[in-house]
Ligand binder design. Structure first.
Ligand code: DOR
Ligand code: ZN
Ligand code: ZN
Length: 449
């Protein structure tokens, strides 16, 4: 029996080496990686013309919105943006309307997503009010929990360390990671109030209120609470050296802890915000060049585990406001993340191995996404095919995302995803979506075996 598809005349990134040959796919899985002569016969043969095949890229921090936030983004536009950017699996955040925070709200979200998605999607949940209900949410298939510390999203009182500790213990028992947006609520609120009192409402005031210190304070607090639990704590969009040192020390003491950086924190500094204004504001905001360089050092020393986009689309009307306190922080990132990183490979700042580790191997490991993150026989046939030589210019008007703006607008990039395969099916070819919605699958946390 011939297999479904053979991709031939390719270069393949297999465990740190680039092999010349091809790959056979059957039933959505990789069944053979071999020299051309050793590939099985196939119903469909695709000539990859010596392009490079990477393991399907995973973006562990995405706000797909939909439901009552569909004007910002929906499952179809968000996953279209993902596959256009070479991303095959996304993990969706719970700050939706309604908030994802119970088995019922998670089930509803999965049902809505399933027929619409082009990429594979796993879901974060916020914590439910009742700690006992954490079991049900996990049984329903939540990949991880997300804890916001700037404001309460979900049922858990974020000011109560005892409750946080109970929730972490439960997550540890069930072996579900907890991702944290670390900024101390009281410090931010006090700072915002002080700025407002002085009539300050510009980008600079926002930067002062969301300082690196409020991040480090929250990181320190959460690490303290996490010590007597077995939970894996993952810190989202880390943006200061102090936080990285705290996380690294905790890891050395045996705590299960990891952290993430975004392309915008690595590549943009707050100098740029003067020109771009509120359109480019994110929370946490971009830092100065010193801090940015320290983040790069941490990437190179593998103290930062993953890079994720924090794709956070908003209506343009919510991005431009006279007062910074009325604007919504966040920028889209799915369609620029991989090309930006590949550009850094071409410039010699990153190795291809680092990119694959940060955006495929490590996210698969941290979020326990079995069968993902590597090109391996038996693994899911999610593939990101890139042309390392192709140049492009960031043009947000061409985004599939509903958010047609970017802090990277006009940047010249070298290295582009040119084909994306999801579960063995080609969904993107040279920037065009070539599959129907529903090609992606919902990921559910697998019960321990
Ligand atoms: O910039 C951000 N945007 N930071 C957050 O924490 C939330 C996110 C969003 O949902 O828009
Ligand atoms: Zn966040
Ligand atoms: Zn986010």
């Amino acid at each position: 029996m011939p297999v479904d598809t053979v991709l031939y005349n390719a270069k393949l990134y297999v465990e740190g080496r680039i092999l010349e040959g091809g790959l056979a796919v059957d039933n959505g899985k990789i069944v053979r990686i071999a020299k051309e002569a050793n590939l099985p016969s196939a119903t469909r043969r695709v000539d990859l013309r010596r392009l490079l095949v990477l393991p399907g890229i995973i973006d562990a921090h995405v706000h797909l919105r939909d439901q009552l936030r569909s004007p910002d983004e929906d499952f179809y536009t968000g996953t279209s943006a993902a596959v256009a950017g070479g991303i095959t699996t996304v993990l969706d955040m719970p700050n939706n309307i309604p908030v994802t925070m119970s088995a019922a709200s998670l089930r509803k979200r999965m049902q809505l997503a399933e027929p619409s998605i082009l990429a594979d999607v796993g879901f974060f949940s916020a914590f439910p009010e009742n700690i006992e209900a954490i079991d049900e949410v996990v049984k329903e298939g939540a990949i991880a929990f997300k804890l916001y510390l700037t404001e309460q999203i979900g049922g858990l009182n974020i000011d109560d360390d005892k409750l946080l500790s109970q929730a972490f213990k439960k997550a540890g028992e069930l072996d579900v990671p907890v991702a944290v947006h670390a900024e101390d609520r009281r410090m931010v609120e006090d700072a915002v109030e002080a700025e407002r009192k002085q009539g300050k409402n510009d980008v600079k005031a926002y930067l002062r209120a969301h300082s690196p210190e409020v991040e480090a304070e929250a990181v320190g607090r959460i690490l303290g609470v996490a010590y007597d639990s077995n939970a894996h704590i993952h810190f989202c969009h880390i943006s200061s050296k102090k936080s990285i040192i705290l996380i690294h020390n905790a890891r050395n003491k045996g705590l299960r802890v990891s952290c993430e950086a975004t392309p915008h924190h690595l590549l943009l500094s707050n100098e740029k915000l003067r020109k771009l204004g509120t359109l480019a504001l994110t929370d946490p905001p971009f830092r100065n060049d010193n801090i940015r360089n320290e983040l790069w050092d941490a990437v190179k020393e593998a103290k930062i585990d993953i890079v994720a986009s924090d794709h956070a689309p908003h209506l343009m009307a919510h991005k431009v406001a006279l007062s910074v306190w009325n604007m919504k922080p966040g920028v889209p990132g799915l369609e620029t993340m991989l090309s930006l990183l590949l550009t850094k490979v071409n410039e010699g700042q990153l190795t291809l191995g680092e990119v694959v580790r940060l955006t495929a191997e490590k996210p698969a490991e941290i979020f326990q996404l079995r069968g993902r993150g590597f090109l391996k026989e038996g693994y899911i046939a999610n593939l990101t095919v890139v042309d390392m030589h192709q140049q492009s210019r960031v043009d947000p008007s061409q985004f599939y995302s509903k958010a047609k703006y970017s802090p990277f607008e006009g940047w010249s990039l070298k290295g582009l995803p040119v084909r994306t395969f999801i579960n063995g099916c080609q969904v993107m070819k040279e920037g065009e979506i070539v599959a129907d919605y529903g090609t992606g699958r919902i990921l559910r946390k697998e019960s321990p075996t």
